[in-house]
Design a protein around this ligand. Structure first.
Ligand SMILES: [Zn+2]
Length: 502
């Protein structure tokens, strides 16, 4: 691999009290940052990237994402999570993706991320109705080929639908209840075997750029034994562990009805499974005791502010978590619930939404704190706190060049605020992952984007009639799910995370 010298750029540095930039050259060798210094003399054969007028930033990390709905942007109206999921991914045999379809849909978002400077993604990939090696391999091959850094888990619920949701058993007519009580499409033992093959085949591949994680989806969606077995895999290989927790008020209510009044965070801690490897996803409807448990365990919280708005989930306790030293990373969540895959928009929303949650403006997020979540928080979530998230010698060469001669930065008043509040990704000129230039001037290396878009249109246009029919078939559940959702919304959980509208 040729050495690359990024010459004359302004390198972004984050400190606890703010962000700054200084003119530095960056030497990249063997996938890592070899040196950062004012004037590095190029050796023979080094490739020079002229970066004058550009900001060199660490690669953005999309710390929470689900690639299997990459092709479904804008497909659904805004709905609460539990209603949304009813329509999101119907489990129909004719909708099972081919490996090529999974490959193409994975590329769609990976290209969007690389074009806007996102160099790493944590993909909590679910597979309907269950993961097959061929489709999982297609997803992993897409990430391998496109050049992004990806950590991927198999997110597969294993308990029957009726056990995941409160009130529902009493709300559906008896003749519909059996369907909700049907076992999951793949048994836990088979999923564990799939994980074994997945980790053996993909973890650490592409020079360590591609890695495995584990996922329970959410604690209430699997058995305690399966939860523990995944934790064991996570511990043995040092893998991040993804778990959605307390995203919605309904999930807080579920703790009252199914878990003996315990929150899902407490339930996880009682199982001994809340850990520093865990990415606790969303964490909106958490109480002070939950925050104590999260802080004590060193768990990372994945914050997805746009998804939280899109699904009306609520406002996360940003300042309370930060004040306890809980690492926060940022994610777009899935492309059907953002509906872009653009971390700049996520950062901006994270920088704004919490202003509504607190009257004391001194507790509102500062722009540099949001950048800390985006870069260092993302690195920490991936288990790479010392390898990613900063432009420093010894770290992986994951970075982006941001053109400062754009309207977003003209005139340059405050670097951190303009990165968070002004930039939308359109100033990103070059993206590097593991020392390789994977995007330059809007073109992702090795990808014919026009052909990719054309193929995606052909594949997914052909799928639409079956998907529409499946969604219409789901309508029969709507009255019961609506009754369940409203009952949960009307239950007192001794906290409020939604903005009062009246
Ligand atoms: Zn999610």
């Amino acid at each position: 691999m040729t050495d690359i010298l990024i010459r004359g750029g302004d390198v972004l540095t984050l400190a606890p009290d703010g962000a700054s930039a200084s003119r530095r050259d960056v030497l990249v060798r063997e996938g890592r940052i070899a040196a950062v210094a004012p004037a590095i003399v190029p050796t023979e054969g080094v490739e020079i990237v002229e970066a004058a007028g550009h900001l060199v930033v660490p690669g953005l990390v999309n710390a929470h994402f689900h690639s299997p709905v990459n092709h479904m942007k804008g497909a659904l109206p805004s709905l609460p999570l539990e209603i949304f999921m009813l329509y999101e991914s119907p489990s129909l045999a004719e909708l099972t993706p081919s490996p090529r379809e999974a490959y193409v849909r994975t590329l769609l978002a990976a290209v969007e991320m690389l074009k806007t400077g996102t160099t790493a993604v944590q993909d909590d990939a679910f597979f309907m109705p269950y993961p097959t090696d061929e489709v999982v391999d297609a997803v992993m091959q897409a990430y391998t080929d496109v050049g992004i850094r990806a950590t991927v888990a198999l997110d597969q619920p294993t308990v029957p639908e009726i056990d995941k949701l409160p009130f529902l058993a009493d709300l559906v007519p008896a003749n519909m209840r059996a369907e909700l009580a049907a076992p999951a499409a793949m048994a836990e033992a088979d999923l564990l075997a799939a994980y074994g093959r997945f980790v053996a085949r993909w973890h650490g591949s592409a020079g360590g750029r591609i890695r495995a994680a584990v996922s329970v989806s959410a604690p209430q969606r699997v058995s305690p034994d399966y939860f523990a077995a995944l934790d064991e895999i996570s511990r043995a290989h040092g893998l991040p562990f993804y778990a959605h927790m307390l995203e919605t008020k309904l999930q807080r209510v579920l703790g009252q009805t199914r878990f003996g009044g315990r929150s899902l965070v407490r339930y996880t801690a009682d199982l001994g499974l809340l850990s520093a490897r865990m990415n606790l996803i969303h964490g909106i409807w958490i109480d002070d005791a939950d925050i104590d448990l999260i802080a004590e365990a060193g768990t990372v919280v994945a914050h997805n502010p746009i998804s939280n708005l899109r699904l009306g989930s609520g406002v996360m306790r940003f300042r309370d978590l930060r004040a306890r030293g809980v690492p926060i990373c940022l994610g777009s969540d899935e492309a059907i619930a953002d509906d872009a895959v653009n971390m700049w928009a996520v950062a901006k929303t994270a920088g704004l939404i919490h202003n509504l949650a607190e009257e004391d403006w001194e507790r509102w997020p500062a722009a540099h704190e949001v950048l800390d979540c985006l870069f260092a928080g993302g690195a920490r979530a991936m288990g790479a706190a010392d390898r990613l998230g900063a432009i420093e010698p010894g770290r992986e060469a994951d970075l982006a060049l941001v053109d400062l001669d754009t309207l977003a930065f003209t005139p340059l008043n405050d670097l951190a605020r303009q990165l968070v509040y002004c930039e939308n990704g359109s100033s990103v000129r070059l993206t590097m992952v593991a020392g390789r230039i994977v995007m330059r001037d809007g073109v992702v290396a090795g990808i014919d984007e026009a052909a990719l878009r054309a193929e995606a249109r052909a594949i997914f246009d052909a799928r639409r009639p079956a998907l529409d029919a499946a969604r219409r078939a789901a309508d029969r559940w709507m009255p019961h799910y609506r009754a369940m959702s409203l009952a949960a919304m009307g239950t007192d959980v001794a906290m409020e995370r939604r903005v009062p509208g009246r």
